[in-house]
Unconditional design. Structure first.
Length: 94
């Protein structure tokens, strides 16, 4: 049985405001282990198009590109750093 999702209205509202801003934004959610970060994000994106990526220590950009390509199609133009890649991705999505 899944645990109930309670007492996160403030956080959900903050995420909704970001999602509804019509701006391309990069969002980082961080905190202690096992406090519900992943569940919060998954609740907030219900019914929306999104890319969810969980970073690990090495190879993050290449793994993120593979994840993002599932949403926007194959990404042939390879960027070397995060900032340039997000700019490219923004233009591809919008």
């Amino acid at each position: 049985m899944a645990a109930k999702f309670i007492n996160r209205e403030k956080e959900l509202k903050a995420l909704e405001n970001i999602f509804d801003s019509n701006k391309f934004e990069f969002l980082v959610v961080y905190g202690r282990r096992r406090i519900g970060k992943t569940r919060l994000i998954l609740e907030a994106v219900k019914g929306r198009d999104y890319i969810y990526y969980l970073a690990v220590e090495r190879g993050n950009l290449e793994r993120f590109k593979r994840t993002a390509s599932k949403l926007v199609g194959e990404l042939r133009y390879v960027k070397e750093d995060w900032e340039a890649y997000f700019h490219f991705l923004k233009n591809k999505i919008i």
